[in-house]
Structures are given as structure tokens and as C-alpha cells.
Design a protein around this ligand. Structure first.
Ligand code: BGC
Length: 857
């Protein structure tokens, strides 16, 4: 356990006692977007926070700051490997220290309740146990190096649509067994030093409130029952009240200064609406956090202890770890024709095809975004790995993006100076010019660049259409604005919301309009004017959004597909990379469906038909439908792989690293089978009507066959499962244990690598409880272990099944209990591929003595 042998609260309480109310309240909301205030009288330095979970973005003080970009969490989850997750947590800690960050706002332990969830890529899994186990490992890694995790978003914030408004309606049992479960597990196993309260709310039948005000779940369960002693931090701009949030258990309102806290909170204390002891408790929690991350002077010491030094810049070892995670998390879904690995022998040419081959989607959008220190495209990775005499050609095969590319800078001219780019005049409220600049880009979205004196930003440019034919233009802006082309208004907006525009991601997904312009045979010049009112987004700053996009006449998608298919036919091997992109997977919105965007299905089908040695790689974080999956000779799920994408894919394709990933979620074959197809609130409510049957549990309940089940992944060797033995440690139902408690069962599984190569196997254990009428899942993931073996080697995997796996939450007694009956434990390669089974009987509330174990076909 990484928590220091602290806190001695007596000493901390003494410090708090000496502070006056206003000074205490000042500490409970941010000094700015990412920092908490310092208080020299307490020996407190500013605690700095930054987003995860794909890396550590930093505070943005340096606009050119870059960082390590890791594979998205669902890619890490696919490795099912706690040791790897812990190492990645350590890397995040090093990166945080490098950037002066004390608290990384990660990991995310919301669940992939619906495959269309916008932040699906940020979540680990649809399964609570897999989520909790891996998140605990990340937290251990971070905190072992003195950097705080911030476990988020507490709780049941599993979708994005109207996220600041909706209430998730779910019963206590579903909360306990599914959505609270990963939070409880991580608290028990890794003791995170901070937790974030979600934007959304929960209606659990006893209390319906936003999570920043949910007394029962925050104060009673999280802090009371589970003994969590750190601060509960609001999600950014999620604080909606003074008294209700202060009483409900929120400790820190971020970003700051939050106008609803500060002075109004002090007044509420003076008016007797908030007990001052609550304020003291919040400060105490803040001090515990500060002490744990080394931002609190200790008595007898002159200053904050200096954390151990970290390398000033990212190192080759760190790049290698990111590459390892991306390669090992890759899931080999299918390899019918033994296409993989592509040994250089006999392969003289490779055609790399697909919209995502040309523009890989490396990370999801939203607050998790990290400007990467470097990126290795698929083309670069393959070119570096293939022998020089192997020909590599690249073909897009049609654009999958709905939006046009940003206008090229060289086509844009400032009408004032003649310089390249778009001219911006900053105007005050009376229309007087108070500043300006010229930028050589069609992407003119700008944060926090405008002081209160700047009310409007007037953008002007001349766009030169050089080629004859039909040009397409597209504009995207948010807030109040108007866009005109040659004096004619083509788009206008009247949205005067402030921070809500940030929270719904309107800045990267703004209202837009496309138009077509004929250039004539001589080409043409257009005058573009974008008149933008600066959006005041509170703690997020003052910003404008303006996108100027342009596509000159070019080949149609059908022509591009035909060209790519011809290249596939001519090459020895075709590698097709299809997937999602920044228009599809992001915080701020949920997807409308599961289809691959654009003409990608058509492209894949035609390439497969053209070349029997085709490898299809899916570059997506969340499920997409693959209607051609049964025809693909080889099929890999390549995730949102982070900065080392190209090296990782080359490692897998050329047989250097085994794609040993297993799906952490179920891949549907048909949209109509999906248990929770959308998460749109109805009358402000997202109804978790499926109860405890989340993800693969619902597929089992409904008896439906997915394209690939939860836990599936082939790797590149074969395994024979030989035996399972149980150590029937008794479990006491009378004194419920934490899920990480020592109680439960231990399984020893013997298996042999009977294939030709060394490989990794994820031994998965699914518990089938008695169907005693209490609506239990058909099977639930109860434990797993990852082992490695040489060809022919026999190994044993030790899998712990916690007592909690047997238990259900009894709403009547408000306690866990283990229903008696016969439980079967299936050991195998996925939720649908059992190889061994053992049974245990629970007759007096304790599982004991297995009475049968049998191999399955
Ligand atoms: C997200 C959080 C994030 C915060 C700060 C919010 O919009 O929901 O996950 O940590 O912004 O960027």
C-alpha cells in the first residue's frame, strides 16, 4: 500500500483551528483553472491538478507544452495485466512531476454501460471487476511515486448526453453491485488520495441530487461507510449551489474561484446554514492531500520535502513502455488464414490502406487530450520496421470524416497586410480596436486569450481558390457569431450560454454549415468575415471558436476506393486500417450509432476480395460494427493507441510482440442486439433499467451471440487447460469483507502452451451463481490472472476470487450477503469459452469445499 504512515490528524486539526473562517473558505475553491490556493500560515503550498487519463496534459501555462500520449484506457484494459497498468501509473507520476503536477485527474472508473458512450475510450471496461482491478493498479503506480490519483466520476456518469442535467435512476443493489463497485474496490486496494464528483446526478430511490450534492452517496457511503478520508473534488464547473453542495459532502469546488463558494459559503456558515465543523473537515481533507503529495510543511522542517528528481524530458524507456502497452493490448480477433505474423520472407510489397492508415486516431477528444511530444504514424512505424527492399505504398481509400480539412494556410491572405493567414482584430464593447494578430491556420479556436476588455473578435481573410471546379467550404463557430462570404451571411449563431458551451464540447463540435462555390476556369478569390462575440466561460476563461474548412475539387470516395483496391491487388499483403476519428469518439457527446463512418465497410469488403492476405486493423476505442468480420482473413483491434501507434502495429504485424489483448467489452454483431443502445435521458432521467445485467451479463441473460464476446482474443499460440483446484478459504457472510479482502477462494489453474510460440494467456474465471429467483447474472467475471509460457511449457495460474463475487446486496437489510446454493466456477478464455469448471456449495453463508471439477469441451 502506497499511503504514507499518516495522517496524524491531531496536528493537522491544530493547524486548521488557528485559521479564521474566511481564510479557511478561501482554500476550498481553486486559485485558477488547475491550482488550489496556498496558505503560508498553514505551511500549505499550492496543489496543482491536471487531466489524465491518456497522459498528463499539464496546466497549459506554456502553450507549446507537449507530453507523453499513452494508449487510451480501454487499450490498457485489453491487456488485462495489473503489473503493466501499475507501470503505466508510475510513468504518469513521472510525467506529472516533470510538469509540476501533484494530482492527476484519473483513472476513470465509470462503466461502458452503453457502447455509444462518448467517453467509452476513457473507461476501462464494461465489467466492474476488471475496471476496479486495473484502476487500482494505476492508482498504486501513481501514488507510489507521490502523485495523487483522482478517481472519477463518482458515480453513474456513464454517458455524455445532457451530462450536466441528467439523473441516473438506479436501485441500491445495482449501484452497489455494479457502479459503486469499482470505486469501492479501488478505495480498498489502493486508497486514492482524491475523488471527483460527477456532473450528473443519481436518483437511488432515497435521494435524488446532483453528485456534487448527494449526501447519502458522498457523505454516508463514500466518506462514512468506506472511510474515505481525502477530499471530494467537483468535476469542472459542476458546483451548482452553496449550501447543498457544502452540506452534501463536496470539499473542493473546481475550477476556481468558484463564485458559489468563497464568500457565499462563509456567509452561509455565519447564517447557520452550514456547520463550521464541515468547513474544518474540508480543510483537513485538503491538508491530508497536500501532505501526501508533499505540499505541506511538516513541523520541524523548513520547507516542503523535495520530491525525487525526474528526467527533464521523456525518455526512450518511457516511449518503449507506451509502445509495449499498445502492442500487448492489441486484440487478435481472428486469423483464419495464418496471415500473421507477416514474415519478411516472401513479402515484397505491402499496401497500407484506409482513412485511418493515413490519419490515425491516436487519442479520444475532450479533457483527456494531450498534445503529444511525438507521434509515430502507421506508415512511419511500418516503414521503419520493414526491410528497405519491401515496397510500402499508402492509399486512403476515401475520407471517413464528415468535416472538411482546415483551409491550407497558403490559400489564406490577410487583406490588410497581405500576410499569409487570417487576420484577427480584437474589439471592445463599443467596437474600438484594442489589439489583434494574424495566424496562418484555418483553425482559429482560442482559449483564454482574451481579457475582459475584448468583447468581439473580427476575423478577416481572402481565400484563393486556385483550381477550377467546385470547391467546398465549411464554417464552424460557437456562441454568438456571424459568418459572411463576399458580403453574404452564410451562418449565424445566437447561443449566449457561457461555460455550458465548454461542457458540451461545443468548441470542438460547433454548429456548422457547408457551402459549395464554383471557381470557374480562372480560379477565384473570396472575402471571408467571421464576427465572433467572446464567450465568457467562467473558470475556463474567455474564448472563441472559429473553424474555416475547405476542400478543393478532388477524387470522389469511389475513385479513391478503386485506386486502393487496385493497389491491394498488386501488393503481396494489404493492411487496411479503418476506425473512428475525432468527429466520432469524444467527451461531450454520445455516438448516434455503431457504424464505421464514411465508406469504410465498402472499402474493406473490396480489399478483402482483392487480396487473400489482408489484415484488417480497427483503430477505435469503442465498438463499431464490422459486418464483414467473417470474411477478414486476419482481424486486429488496435484501439486508440497513443503516440507509439506505428511502432506498436509494426511489432504486432511482424511478430515481434504478441497481440495478447482480450476484449474488455462485448463487440456486437448487430445494432439491434445491443442491450443498452443509447443513453439519452428521457425527462431528465437515464433509467438503468437493466439493473445488474451490464455488458456481457446482459448478452448472457438474453442468450444473444455477439460478433466477439467479452474476454475474447486469440494471441498467437494455443493453450490446453488441464486442471483447476480450489483452496476453499471459508468466507464469512456474517462479517462482509471488502472486495479486496483476504477472503474468498483461490483457484490454481494448470495449463500448457501447446502452440508454436511463447505467449501470454489471460486465465478468466466466471462465477455462475444459483438462479434462485434473485435476478442474479447468468455469469459474472470473478477473477483473472495473466501468465506467460514458452512453447510446450506447463504453468499454473493463481486466480483469486473475492468473497464479494458471491455476494449480493440485500436492500432490506442494507447489507451484503451470500445466498446459499451451488455455484459453478468456469475457467476459460472468454465469457463464452469455458475450458474447466468447478463447483462450490454455499449452505451456511460460506462457500466451501468444491465437490466437482471437470474439463469442458
Ligand atoms: C471532465 C473531467 C475533467 C475536467 C477537467 C471535465 O469536463 O468531465 O473528467 O477532469 O473537465 O478538465
Amino acid at each position: 500500500m502506497s499511503r504514507p504512515a499518516l495522517p496524524d490528524d491531531t496536528e493537522l486539526r491544530d493547524r486548521v483551528r488557528d485559521l479564521d473562517l474566511d481564510s479557511k473558505v478561501r482554500l476550498l475553491t481553486g486559485a485558477d483553472l488547475w491550482r488550489l490556493p496556498a496558505e503560508p500560515r498553514l505551511g500549505l503550498s499550492a496543489v496543482t491538478m491536471s487531466d489524465g487519463p491518456q497522459g498528463v496534459r499539464g496546466t497549459g501555462d506554456d502553450p507549446d507544452e507537449t507530453g507523453l500520449l499513452a494508449p487510451a484506457p480501454s487499450a490498457l484494459a485489453a491487456a488485462w495485466d495489473t503489473e503493466l497498468a501499475e507501470r503505466l501509473g508510475e510513468l504518469f507520476a513521472t510525467e506529472a512531476r516533470r510538469k509540476g503536477v501533484d494530482v492527476v485527474l484519473a483513472p476513470v472508473v465509470n462503466l461502458q454501460r452503453t457502447p455509444v458512450a462518448g467517453r467509452h475510450f476513457e473507461y476501462f471496461s464494461e465489467d466492474p471487476l476488471l475496471t476496479g482491478t486495473l484502476a487500482a493498479a494505476v492508482v498504486r503506480g501513481l501514488q507510489s511515486r507521490g502523485v495523487s490519483a483522482c478517481l472519477k466520476h463518482f458515480v453513474a456518469n456513464d454517458s455524455e448526453t445532457d451530462r450536466t442535467e441528467y439523473r441516473a435512476r438506479l436501485d441500491e443493489r445495482t449501484l452497489r453491485e455494479v457502479y459503486l463497485a469499482p470505486f469501492e474496490q479501488v478505495l480498498a486496494e489502493a486508497a486514492p488520495w482524491s475523488v471527483m464528483a460527477a456532473y450528473s446526478g443519481v436518483d437511488d430511490g432515497t435521494e435524488s441530487a446532483p453528485m456534487t450534492e448527494h449526501t447519502r452517496l458522498v457523505r454516508e457511503v463514500l466518506k462514512g461507510e468506506w472511510g474515505y478520508d481525502g477530499p471530494v473534488v467537483s468535476d469542472w464547473a459542476a458546483t451548482r449551489s452553496t449550501v447543498a453542495s457544502a452540506v452534501g459532502g463536496l470539499d473542493l469546488a473546481m475550477p476556481g474561484p468558484e463564485p458559489l463558494w468563497g464568500r457565499p459559503l462563509a456567509e452561509a456558515v455565519r447564517a447557520g446554514e452550514v456547520d463550521e465543523q464541515l468547513v474544518d473537515d474540508k480543510v483537513l481533507r485538503l491538508l491530508r492531500l497536500a501532505r501526501r503529495v508533499g505540499r505541506l510543511d511538516e513541523p520541524g522542517q523548513a520547507s516542503v520535502p523535495t520530491p525525487p528528481p525526474v528526467p527533464a524530458a521523456p525518455t526512450p524507456e518511457e516511449f518503449r513502455l507506451l509502445r509495449e502497452v499498445a502492442a500487448r493490448g492489441t486484440v487478435l480477433l481472428r486469423d483464419e488464414a495464418d496471415v500473421l505474423p507477416l514474415t519478411a520472407d516472401g513479402v515484397r510489397s505491402v499496401a497500407l490502406i484506409g482513412p485511418n492508415a493515413v490519419a490515425p486516431y491516436l487519442q479520444g477528444g475532450g479533457s483527456a487530450f494531450v498534445p503529444a511530444v511525438r507521434t509515430v504514424s502507421y506508415e512511419e512505424g511500418l516503414r521503419a520496421a520493414l526491410p528497405e527492399d519491401v515496397q510500402l505504398t499508402v492509399h486512403r481509400g476515401g475520407d471517413a470524416r464528415l468535416r472538411l480539412p482546415y483551409a491550407s494556410a497558403e490559400l489564406l491572405t490577410d487583406p490588410g497586410s497581405g500576410a499569409t493567414g487570417i487576420r484577427a482584430d480584437h474589439l471592445d464593447a463599443d467596437g474600438n480596436r484594442v489589439g489583434g494578430e494574424v495566424r496562418a491556420t484555418g483553425d482559429w479556436t482560442t482559449y483564454d486569450g482574451f481579457g475582459p476588455a475584448i468583447a468581439r473578435v473580427l476575423l478577416r481573410t481572402e481565400l484563393t481558390l486556385t483550381q477550377p471546379g467546385t470547391h467546398r467550404l465549411e464554417f464552424g463557430c460557437s456562441g454568438r457569431f456571424s459568418v459572411s462570404v463576399d458580403g453574404e451571411e452564410v451562418l449565424a449563431g445566437e447561443d449566449d450560454r457561457g461555460v455550458e458551451l465548454v461542457l458540451e464540447s461545443s468548441h470542438n463540435h460547433p454548429p456548422r454549415r457547408g457551402i459549395e462555390i464554383e471557381a470557374g476556369s480562372e480560379g477565384r478569390k473570396l472575402t471571408l468575415v467571421l464576427d465572433l462575440t467572446v464567450v465568457d466561460a467562467g473558470g475556463y476563461g474567455r474564448f472563441v471558436t472559429a473553424q474555416v474548412r475547405h476542400a478543393p475539387p478532388g477524387p470522389t470516395p469511389y475513385e479513391e476506393i478503386a485506386e486502393a483496391v487496385a493497389a491491394a491487388q498488386a501488393a503481396d499483403v494489404a493492411v487496411v486500417v479503418v476506425g473512428t476519428n475525432e468527429e466520432v469518439e469524444s467527451e461531450g457527446w454520445d455516438r448516434a450509432g455503431l457504424d464505421l463512418p464514411g465508406h469504410q465497410n465498402d472499402l474493406v469488403r473490396k480489399v478483402i476480395a482483392a487480396n487473400p492476405r489482408t489484415v484488417v486493423v480497427v483503430n477505435a476505442g469503442a465498438p463499431v460494427l464490422l459486418p464483414w468480420a467473417d470474411e477478414a482473413p486476419a482481424l486486429l483491434w488496435g484501439w486508440l493507441p497513443g503516440q507509439e501507434a506505428g511502432h506498436a502495429l509494426a511489432d504486432v504485424l511482424l511478430g515481434r510482440t504478441e497481440p495478447s489483448g482480450r476484449l474488455p467489452w462485448t463487440l456486437p454483431a448487430r445494432a439491434e442486439d445491443v442491450p443498452v443502445p443509447d443513453a439519452r435521458p428521457r425527462d431528465g432521467i437515464v433509467d438503468y433499467a437493466e439493473g445488474v445485467h451490464v455488458g456481457h451479463r446482459a448478452w448472457d441473460r438474453d442468450g444473444l451471440v455477439p460478433a466477439f464476446p467479452f474476454g475474447h482474443g486469440l494471441g498467437w499460440t494455443r493453450w490446453t487447460y488441464e486442471s483447476v483446484t480450489l483452496s476453499p478459504t471459508p468466507v464469512s457472510a456474517a462479517s462482509p469483507t471488502g472486495p479486496a479482502g483476504g477472503d474468498g477462494l483461490n483457484l490454481t489453474v494448470a495449463l500448457t502452451n501447446t502452440g508454436p510460440r511463447a505467449g501470454r494467456e489471460v486465465v478468466q474465471v466466471y462465477l455462475e451463481p444459483p438462479q434462485d429467483g434473485s435476478d442474479r447474472p447468468v455469469r459474472l467475471l470473478a477473477g483473472f490472472a495473466t501468465i506467460h509460457a514458452a512453447p510446450g511449457e506447463r504453468v499454473t495460474a493463481e486466480v483469486h476470487v473475492p468473497a464479494r463475487a458471491f455476494e449480493i446486496w440485500d436492500g432490506e437489510t442494507s447489507a451484503w450477503h451470500t445466498p446459499p446454493g451451488r455455484y459453478r466456477l468456469h475457467v476459460g478464455r472468454s465469457s463464452r469459452d469455458p475450458h474447466l469448471t468447478a463447483e462450490v456449495t454455499v449452505d451456511d453463508g460460506r462457500p466451501h469445499q468444491h465437490d466437482r471439477k471437470e474439463p469442458q469441451s
